[in-house]
Write a protein that binds this ligand. Sequence first.
Ligand code: GLC
Ligand code: CA
Length: 566
Amino acid sequence: MGKAAWIGTMAMLATTHVAAAPPAMPVNPTAGTADWWKLSVIYEIYPRSFADSNNDGIGDIKGITGRLGYLADLGVDAVWMTPMFPSPQADFGYDVADYDAVDRQFGTVADVDTLIARGKAQGVKLILDFVINHSSDKHDWFKQSRASRDNSYRDFYIWRDPKPDGSPPNNWTSLFGGPAWEKDAKTGQYYYHFFYPQQPDLNWRNPKVEKAMFDAAEWWLKRGVYGYRLDAVGTMFERADLKDNPVASGTDPYGLPQQQRLYNTEQPEIHPTLQRLRQQVIDRYPGRVLIGETYVATAPELTRFYGAHNDELQMPMFLSLIGTPLTASALRPRIDAVETNPAGGWPTFALSNHDQPRAASRYARPAGTSSDDMAKMIGTLLLTLRGTPILYYGEELGMVNNDPKRVEDVQDIIGRKGWPKEKGRDGERTPMQWDASTNAGFNAGAKPWLPVAPDYTTRNVAAERADPDSVLSLYRSLIAERRTNPALAGDMAMVDRGNAQILAYVRTGGGKRLLTLLNFSDTATVMPLARVGGGRTGRIVTQNRARIDGATIRLAPLGLMVVELL
Ligand code: GLC
Ligand code: CA
């Protein structure tokens, strides 16, 4: 054990000595069932940033294995690990050069096998990230593809002749800046890339691509992986005639005119392809799941990703919740729409990930409230809604964004290209904060790839676990409640629907009723029990800035309460 880890352990022992040890995490009663994922908590780990076992500044797989005890104690049922495959790291792993191996900076395939095996023993499943839209330009398929026009891999990617004047085949722009086409001198054609030029789009109209990618998915399932989070699914297909996108007003952060990406996103061919992935690969392994990175705007669009017979993705994330204003009036109809989706699909919610500023600091806050108060609102919402929450590492600590101050310090290429309008995603990817020791216990002292956030001396696992009022303690208590209170496995009903300040809902199951109240407004307010169906309050599961006063509950701005109704 390194010196830093020692100090961390000592600090933890010192504090737990004075505070009463927090209650142990109960087991998830559904863990062994086919529907395990419905009552589960899924936790996203960005491996570069979680735990660095060999002290080279970059987090790694052994680091994650070493922290399985923490994950089990938090009540995490499955980890979604973002890409750790061999990669030139142009997009920090989202440029995959080999789908069936592990990048040496993260470890080895044997390390993943160990993570799976130890995770199994601790009740933590492993889900991988499957980057299906594109590979790295250093993938062997692309090296072959660009070698000549008649190479057998040419059609693995999307190649087109220039227009007669030499310009790109159409007006499509890359999400990451510049045209979506890169001219390759050797063969005189352009290839298409929705993201960086180092991420050429795979040609999913080619059955050989489908076969090769399905085989890659199966390779890891055989090793015991529990499924995939599918990267950027909306970009898998382009309209066959490559029609120009309509130009919209304004410019993108990289200086080109905005466009509506009508013809290179959300094409209908996506759905039968994903259904085949589900049936031909995933469903052959019991209990395996597909999560979708689905950035659709509306619930009807989301519904399509479940498949008409729930035969596509089990968990398309309703990511447009991230762009929804955090108010009762804005959240209620969107949650309702997912709740009542015609496919009867299971709701899946996330408010943070490695591409979005951290939620605890993303929203404007009422005067007198802290980012911890905000983090508690977010955690309570995610953990009491009907559906599977996908948490982002450090969210349970209330970690806040830490954007680079100077462009020279930026690691994420889009931040360098788009500075200062687009600062990139470094701010939400800083090292996990384990304890108050050097580098927050991320490693034994080597300079981390991104700086540790300055608040780590107080905002860290060791300190928060010992503090019953911390964000971490709120997350733990609500996750424990999910595992033990049948109401949180039961029905969901919005109550007091006209309320513009408080989002209120009741979960019912196994003869229990649980009321959640979240005052997203900037004024103090009261909720009379009569307005949420009457009755009496029972045990308070958790609260912050709220109290019971006879037959009403009083909530300060960002006040919250989760309470049993008798
Ligand atoms: C997804 C990933 C993001 C990546 C992009 C391209 O949106 O979450 O991090 O840059 O796909 O693979
Ligand atoms: Ca390392």
